[in-house]
Design a protein around this ligand. Structure first.
Ligand code: JFZ
Length: 442
């Protein structure tokens, strides 16, 4: 869908093999934590609250004046991320509201000028680094606070007609904002040591939209690569057809049916997902995904060669909501025993067919195949076409052997072929949300 080919346009001189190598730690990691945190946590009703409710700068100012997350303890956050099985994390250094969680020389609208008065990003980086997690910054291209940023003609509308928009924007100059954004990206990439990921958000090219020309994306990404040669960049700066303009794609609001491709080649991808719908802390939201849904998001991503960036929206005091803690604990409980089917894994080779209600992942290093049982089957579990390809099978969570035999119990209704084999499963589902069968391949 909508994939473009890389043309001759080049931002970064790198071979495909070099790119694969640069991204290797990230594709192995598979699971990261997204953190959406800003002034909107105080409104506690979505990070888009300013736009959705058309709150003026003046009315929004109260959040800036009282922002003071006294319980913020990033080392606790980092430990929670690690315990959940996450290997990297990406935090909002600035979201669309324009407020900077880092110390900036280019605006007064930063955390240093709130009652909290300390550089949140610095503390966060130090704590997450100390736990050995990869470090990423989200930076919003969109800015609802900067006086030179032209107001977008998007829903919910800020005016009724184009003439009214022209009037609103007549003294605004995107060239000035473009410099600002470049300066700030330079700040976050020079003030905190080595940064592993840059997550820019987002472009919406079109008649009333903004894209690479508005952001100065070509110059921006060139600068980013020079400042942080190892950095991994997402694909939302509208540079789809530039080699080096982005490293991975970010499908989000739909189920990924198959591993995305460009020019017939499978590309790195990461889906970002929320626990409850909103990215920023939303006190009264009750649409929280359950344990199984969250695990399936992770396993399914890996089964199609992708990563999952799972979001937490901390409260304005700097804590994780109890529901987020619960969800993270549940992920961690499963990951503690089953992470070998995630880390370093990818889509299974095409000659392995996934039985009904299963998802397959595969580790090319160890040559092991993982069968995730989403819906626990009956005792005799048929693996079609696996016969000469496998040497041993066990449950992953407890390393208990699963007997391999000729097909049995299938004689009445199911035709079996000569290459099919049978695994003998216990009648009762093991005490694991999604049990995993680990198959040693020949
Ligand atoms: C953006 C933000 O507006 C949102 O607040 C959050 O930060 C999210 C991660 O990113 O929302 C988007 C942007 C692009 C798409 C969907 C949601 N998209 O292209 O489908």
């Amino acid at each position: 869908v909508g994939q473009t080919a890389f043309s001759q346009k080049k931002i970064w001189d790198e071979t495909e093999a070099e790119k694969t190598e640069r991204l290797a730690w990230w594709t192995d990691a598979r699971f990261g934590m997204f953190i959406h945190w800003g002034l909107y946590a105080q409104a506690a009703r979505h990070e888009w609250v300013k736009k959705r409710e058309r709150i003026s700068d003046e009315a929004y100012q109260k959040y800036f004046e009282i922002f003071n997350p006294d319980l913020f303890d990033p080392s606790e956050w980092a430990k929670k991320a690690k315990a959940a099985g996450m290997k990297y994390a990406v935090i909002t250094s600035k979201h669309h509201e324009g407020f900077c969680m880092f110390e900036s020389d280019y605006t007064d609208y930063d955390v240093m000028n709130t009652p909290y008065g300390q550089d949140i990003i610095k503390k966060w980086v130090d704590a997450f680094r100390a736990e050995g997690l990869g470090i990423g910054f989200y930076y919003s291209l969109i800015d609802w606070h900067h006086p030179e940023y032209t107001i977008d003609r998007v829903h919910p509308q800020s005016a009724n007609t184009q003439e009214e928009y022209d009037e609103l924007n007549k003294d605004r100059d995107m060239a000035v904002y473009r410099e600002y954004l470049k300066n700030q990206v330079r700040e976050i990439l020079t003030q905190y040591g080595k940064i592993d990921i840059l997550w820019l958000d987002f472009s919406f090219p079109g008649e009333f939209g903004k894209g690479y020309e508005d952001w100065g994306s070509v110059e921006l990404i060139k600068m980013v690569r020079e400042l942080q040669p190892g950095i991994i960049i997402n694909d939302r700066a509208d540079l789809k057809d530039y080699w080096g303009g982005w490293d991975f794609t970010t499908p989000e609001q739909f189920k990924v049916e198959k591993w995305p491709e460009v020019d017939g080649k499978k590309i790195p991808w990461e889906t970002c997902q929320t626990f409850s719908g909103s990215w920023g802390y939303y006190r009264d939201e009750h649409t929280w995904k359950d344990k199984k849904q969250l695990l399936v998001l992770l396993i399914e991503s890996v089964s199609k060669g992708g990563n999952l960036l799972l979001n937490v929206g901390p409260t304005a005091r700097g804590t994780f909501d109890y529901r987020a803690d619960k969800a993270l604990n549940e992920m961690g409980e499963w990951m503690k025993y089953n992470s070998p089917s995630i880390y370093g894994c990818t889509q299974a080779p095409a000659d392995f067919e996934a039985p009904d209600n299963t998802l397959l992942t595969y580790n090319p290093e160890t040559n092991r195949l993982y069968i995730h049982l989403l819906d626990y089957p009956l005792q005799n579990f048929l693996l079609r076409g696996y016969k000469d390809k496998i040497k041993y099978a066990q449950f992953l969570h407890d390393a208990s052997e699963l007997n391999i035999s000729e097909p049995r119990g299938h004689w009445i209704k199911q035709e079996t072929g000569e290459n099919d084999i049978n695994l003998l499963l216990p009648v009762n589902k093991p005490n694991v949300e999604i049990p995993v069968i680990e198959v040693f391949l020949k």
